[in-house]
Design a protein around this ligand. Structure first.
Ligand code: AVJ
Length: 319
């Protein structure tokens, strides 16, 4: 086998069926909603990469700082021979970790975006010719089947993406992580932290409009895949802090009364002016909450590291 292999856990038609189900369900519901995973076609993945460079979007830089300063500690504590990364995207931050994990044999990046996986796999192999890269196109909420790889294993879920899950989804997810790991394996979890509302909202509503374009890209995905006739100009990008739930909500708000046809799911979706589609939640965390959620899944938090501005945290937890 070549050092880079790409496996589709989800066949392309299963992905299409999942999109149809999510759109049919989510746009018929009250209030309307769409799962954030459909942002990430090739264009959406590009836009997200652009978001990570914006002055107001601090999580990527904060997490990179922690990874840079703690990579050696993580390597020593885990001795990982296999690194599994969920939602790996460009694998950019992971490079520091891979460099520090001296005994690393296999890297398993997992993402819904095949374009991101291919690009990342090739770049990584160029820098680490001895590494086996086994990329998986998969939705970790649906299918956590992994290739057999040598232990100890370190499963990384970075960027704060766990915040895209509702609390009950997080509990189910962490339990499936526990079940995937063997005793002595570890989870490295990135979580954005609760902070003042202005900082949070600015991170999700940048003046450059990149996050707005990213949010509206889901409408183009529906237009392309399901033959929809959304006009992105009919919707405004909205980012709100839900203080009770401690999460940011991204929404698309209809600017006028409009009915959108989506022949791919046999739907005509009426919007009243001012009506929202909730397209993402991005939960923000506190240490005690993270510890408790991990413990409920029988994962023991051993390290909690924050960046120099205390905006973001990396947790290391062992099964
Ligand atoms: C990739 C899920 C971590 O929630 O901050 C960025 C996605 N959404 N700007 C996040 C996102 C709007 C991001 N995650």
């Amino acid at each position: 086998m070549s050092p880079l292999s790409i496996t589709r856990n989800l066949p392309a038609d299963a992905t299409a069926a999942a999109l149809r189900a999510d759109v049919a369900q989510g746009l018929s519901a009250t209030p309307k909603q769409l799962p954030p995973k459909w942002f990430y076609d090739a264009r959406g993945s590009e836009l997200f990469e652009e978001i990570t460079t914006l002055p107001d979007y601090y999580p990527t830089r904060a997490e990179r700082e922690i990874l840079l300063t703690r990579a050696d500690h993580i390597a020593a504590a885990t001795n990982a021979r296999t690194l599994i990364e969920l939602g790996s995207g460009s694998s950019d931050k992971t490079r520091h970790l891979i460099g520090a994990l001296t005994g690393l044999h296999t890297y398993v990046p997992i993402d819904v975006s095949e374009s991101a996986l291919t690009a990342a796999g090739e770049t990584l192999l160029a820098g680490h010719p001895g590494l086996t890269v086994h990329a998986l196109v998969a939705d970790f909420q649906q299918d956590m089947t992994l290739p057999g790889t040598p232990g100890p294993r370190l499963l990384a879920f970075l960027g704060g993406t766990i915040g895209n899950l509702l609390p009950e989804e997080r509990a189910a997810f962490l339990t499936s992580v526990h079940d995937l790991l063997s005793p002595g394996d570890a989870l490295l979890l990135g979580t954005d932290l609760v902070k003042d509302e202005a900082t949070l909202v600015a991170a999700y509503d940048d003046p450059q409009g990149v996050t707005a374009a990213f949010n509206k890209n889901v409408l183009q995905v529906i237009n392309r895949e399901l033959d929809g006739d959304f006009d992105p100009a009919d919707f405004d990008h909205v980012a709100v802090w839900n203080a009770a739930e401690e999460w940011i909500e991204m929404r698309l708000r209809a600017r006028r009364d409009v009915t959108v046809k989506i022949p791919g799911v046999d739907l005509a979706v009426p919007f009243a002016a001012g009506e929202d589609i909730r397209t993402e939640i991005s939960a923000k965390f506190r240490q005690e909450g993270v510890r408790a959620e991990l413990a409920a899944a029988r994962l023991e938090l051993t390290n909690w590291w924050t960046d120099s501005t205390d905006r973001f945290a990396l947790s290391l937890a062992f099964r």
